[in-house]
Write a protein of this length. Structure first.
Length: 659
C-alpha cells in the first residue's frame, strides 16, 4: 500500500519534470524581431509587477491566518495551509510567466504557418495546465503521505489554495476588465481605431490583463477546484472504503496526469510537418486521447483495486457531464443564439442587452439539470463518495483541459503583438483564427469550471456535515432557513462588489485614455507614443484596492453566521450560496460570452460590420458583459468552495471552544 500512498507525489513529480521539458520546448522558439520583443517585454513586466504587488497583500492575510490556525489548532494543519497557498502562488506565477513569453513566439510562429503558431500557443498553455495539475497533486499527495491521510491537514491545504484562488480571480478580473473597458470604450467607440492599435494608451494594460486574469486567475481557480475535489473525495472515501477509498482519488488523478501528458504529445505529433490545420479539431484531438486513456486506466482500477465497476461509471459520468456542459456553453456563446443576439444590435444597445440577459438566464437550465442528474446517479452508485468522485472525474485531465483554456489569452496577445509590431496582414489573420478558437475554449473553460465547482461544493458540504456531526439539516428550523436566505444573497453582494470595482477603475481608465488622446500631440497620427505605464498603474491600483473586501467576505461569513445562529445555520448558508451561486455564475459567464461573440460576429462584416450603429451597440454590450464573464462570474465558483472549506476547517475548532 506504500507505493499507492506515494502515487500523488510520484505522478506530481512526473508532471513537474514534463512541464520543465515543455517549457524548454516553448522557449527554444524565436521571440521575433526587436519591436515584437519590446512589446512582449512590456506585457511581461506589467503582468509580473501586478502579481508581485497582489501577492504582497495576499501574504499578509495568509501569514495572519497561518499564525491563528497554528496557535488555536496546532501547526500541522497551519503548515498545510501555508503550503497550499504557496504552491498555488507558485503555479500561477510560473504558468503566467511562460504564457507572457509565449505570446511573441506565437506571433513569430504564425509568420511561418498557422500550424506552428497553434503549436507554440498550445504548448505555452500546456505549461500552465501541467504546472497547476502537477503542483496541486504533488502538494496534496505530500500532505497525505506525511500526515497518514489526516483530513484536517488536507483541509488546511485546500483552504490555502482556495484563499489564493479568490484573490487571484477577483484581483486579476478587476485589472483585466478595467483595462479592457478603457481600451474599448475610448479606442473603438470614440476614437474609431482598431483593437490592439498601438496608439491606444490602454492597449498594453489590456494585454497584461489577459494574462493576470485569464491565465493566472483561471489557473488559480482550477487549481483550487482540483485540490478541493481530491480532498473531499479522499475524506469521504475513507468513510466508505477505508484506506482504499482515501487513496483512490489520488490514483484517478495520477492516471489523469499521465494521460494528459500523452494527449499533449499526441497533439504535437498530429501537427508535425503540417502547414494548414483546423485549430478547433486539433485542440479537441488531444483532449479526446487524454480522456480515453484515463477511462481505460480507471476501468482497470475499478476491476482490480476497488473491485467495484461503479467507480468507472461515476468517473465516466463526471467526464461526460463536464464535456456536455462545455458544449452547452459553446452553443449559447458561439452558435445560433449569438447570431440572433447580433441581429438585435441593429435596433440599438437596449435590445441587445435585454436579449443577452435572456440568453444568460436560459443557459442555466440544461447545466443545472445535468449537474442534478450527475448528483443523483453518482449518489445511487457510490453514495456521497460517488458525488465527490464525479467531480474528480471532471477534473482528472486538468493538465490538458486547462492548456486549451490558457491557450486563448496567449493567442489573443499574439494578435495584439502582430498588430502593434505592424506585421504583415496575413499574420494577424492567422492569429485571429487562433484567437477565435481561443474565445470559444475560454467560454467552455468557464462552463467547465462552474460544473466542477457545483459537484465539488456538494462534496465539501457533505464533508462539513460529517465534521460537525450534522445528520439532518431541517429547513423548517428558522435559523437554517435564515442561513439559506443569507447564503443565497451572498453571491449577489459579492458580484456587486466586484463589478463596482471594475466600474470605478474603468472610469479612471477612460478619463486617462481620453486625456492622452487630447493632450499628446501627434498621438492619433501615430507620430507620438502613448504613456502605456500610466494605464497599467491605474488598473493595478484599482484591482489591489478593491479585491480585499469581497475576498474576505468568503472567509468571515461562515464564522459570523456560526456566532449569530449556530452550526446548522452555517449549513443552510452553504446550501443557499451554492444554489444561487451556480445559477448566477452560469448566467453571468454565458451572457458575457454571448455579448462578446456578438460583437465579433458583427466585426466580421455581418449587419454592416465595424463602425456601424450595430457595431457601436455591440461594443456597449461587450463592455457590460466583460465584468460579467471575466470578473464576478468566474469568482463566484471560488466563493462557493472557499466558504465550504473555511466552514470545514474553522467551525469544528469553534465548536470545540464554545460548545
Amino acid at each position: 500500500m506504500l507505493i499507492l500512498n506515494l502515487s500523488g507525489i510520484i505522478f506530481g513529480l512526473i508532471g513537474i519534470i514534463f512541464t520543465v521539458f515543455l517549457t524548454f520546448k516553448v522557449l527554444e522558439n524565436s521571440p521575433g524581431n526587436e519591436k515584437m520583443q519590446k512589446i512582449s517585454g512590456a506585457i511581461q513586466t506589467g503582468a509580473r509587477a501586478f502579481l508581485i504587488s497582489e501577492y504582497k497583500i495576499l501574504y499578509i492575510i495568509v501569514i495572519i491566518i497561518f499564525l491563528l490556525l497554528g496557535f488555536i489548532n496546532g501547526w500541522q494543519m497551519s503548515l498545510s495551509f501555508l503550503l497550499g497557498a504557496t504552491l498555488s502562488v507558485a503555479a500561477g506565477f510560473f504558468g503566467m510567466s511562460i504564457a507572457t513569453k509565449t505570446n511573441t513566439r506565437t506571433a513569430q510562429g504564425a509568420i511561418e504557418s498557422l500550424s506552428k503558431g497553434l503549436k507554440i500557443a498550445f504548448n505555452g498553455g500546456a505549461v500552465m495546465g501541467m504546472t497547476v495539475a502537477s503542483l496541486g497533486l504533488f502538494g496534496l499527495g505530500l500532505i497525505y503521505y506525511l500526515t497518514n491521510g489526516d483530513t484536517i491537514s488536507m483541509s488546511g491545504y485546500a483552504m490555502g489554495a482556495s484563499l489564493v484562488a479568490l484573490f487571484a480571480r477577483v484581483g486579476g478580473g478587476i485589472f483585466t476588465k478595467a483595462a479592457d473597458v478603457g481600451a474599448d470604450l475610448v479606442g473603438k467607440t470614440e476614437a474609431g481605431i482598431p483593437e490592439d492599435d498601438p496608439r491606444n494608451p490602454a492597449v498594453i494594460a489590456d494585454n497584461v490583463g489577459d494574462n493576470v486574469g485569464d491565465v493566472a486567475g483561471m489557473g488559480a481557480d482550477l487549481y483550487e477546484s482540483f485540490v478541493g475535489s481530491i480532498f473531499s473525495a479522499s475524506a469521504l472515501g475513507v468513510l466508505t472504503f477505508k484506506e482504499k477509498g482515501a487513496v483512490l482519488p489520488f490514483l484517478v488523478v495520477s492516471i489523469g496526469i499521465f494521460s494528459a501528458i500523452i494527449g499533449i504529445l499526441f497533439f504535437n505529433f498530429s501537427l508535425k510537418n503540417k502547414k494548414d490545420v483546423d485549430p478547433s479539431k486539433a485542440l479537441h484531438f488531444g483532449t479526446y486521447i487524454a480522456n480515453g486513456l484515463t477511462l481505460i486506466g480507471v476501468l482497470f482500477l475499478s476491476l482490480s483495486f476497488l473491485k467495484n465497476i461503479n467507480l468507472f461509471f461515476v468517473i465516466f459520468l463526471g467526464m461526460i457531464v463536464g464535456m456536455t456542459i462545455g458544449n452547452i456553453t459553446e452553443y449559447y456563446t458561439a452558435k445560433t443564439p449569438v447570431k440572433n443576439l447580433a441581429k438585435s444590435a441593429v435596433s440599438g444597445a437596449a435590445p441587445l442587452l435585454i436579449s443577452g440577459m435572456a440568453i444568460g438566464m436560459e443557459s442555466t437550465a440544461i447545466p443545472v439539470i445535468l449537474i442534478s442528474f450527475a448528483t443523483i446517479i453518482s449518489y445511487n452508485l457510490l453514495g456521497l463518495f460517488g458525488i465527490a468522485l464525479a467531480g474528480v472525474g471532471m477534473l482528472s485531465t486538468l493538465g490538458i483541459t486547462l492548456a486549451i483554456d490558457a491557450y486563448g489569452p496567449i493567442a489573443d496577445n499574439a494578435g495584439g503583438i502582430a498588430q502593434m509590431a505592424n506585421l504583415e496582414h496575413y499574420v494577424r489573420e492567422r492569429t485571429d483564427q487562433l484567437d477565435a478558437v481561443g474565445n470559444t475554449t475560454a467560454a467552455i473553460g468557464k462552463g467547465f469550471a462552474i460544473g466542477s465547482a457545483a459537484l465539488t461544493a456538494l462534496a465539501l458540504f457533505a464533508s462539513y456535515t460529517k465534521v460537525t456531526n450534522l445528520n439532518v439539516i431541517d429547513l423548517s428550523k428558522s435559523q437554517v432557513f435564515i442561513g439559506a436566505l443569507i447564503g443565497g444573497m451572498l453571491p449577489f453582494l459579492f458580484s456587486s462588489m466586484a463589478m463596482k470595482a471594475v466600474g470605478d477603475a474603468a472610469e479612471i481608465m477612460v478619463e486617462e485614455v481620453r486625456r492622452q488622446f487630447k493632450e499628446i500631440v501627434g498621438l492619433m497620427e501615430g507620430k507620438a507614443d502613448p504613456d502605456y505605464s500610466s494605464c497599467v498603474s491605474i488598473a493595478t491600483k484599482g484591482a489591489l484596492k478593491k479585491m480585499i473586501l469581497p475576498s474576505l467576505l468568503a472567509v468571515f461569513m461562515p464564522i459570523f453566521m456560526f456566532f449569530i445562529l449556530g452550526k446548522e445555520a452555517v449549513a443552510g448558508m452553504l446550501v443557499g450560496t451554492t444554489v444561487s451561486g451556480v445559477m448566477l455564475a452560469i448566467f453571468m459567464a454565458n451572457a458575457g460570452g454571448a455579448w462578446d461573440n456578438a460583437k465579433k460576429y458583427i466585426e466580421e462584416g455581418n449587419f454592416g460590420g465595424k463602425g456601424t450603429f450595430a457595431h457601436k451597440a455591440a461594443v456597449v454590450g461587450d463592455t457590460v458583459g466583460d465584468p460579467f464573464k471575466d470578473t464576478a462570474g468566474p469568482a463566484i465558483n471560488i466563493l462557493i468552495k472557499l466558504m465550504s472549506i473555511v466552514s470545514i476547517v474553522v467551525i469544528p475548532i469553534l465548536i470545540k471552544i464554545f460548545e
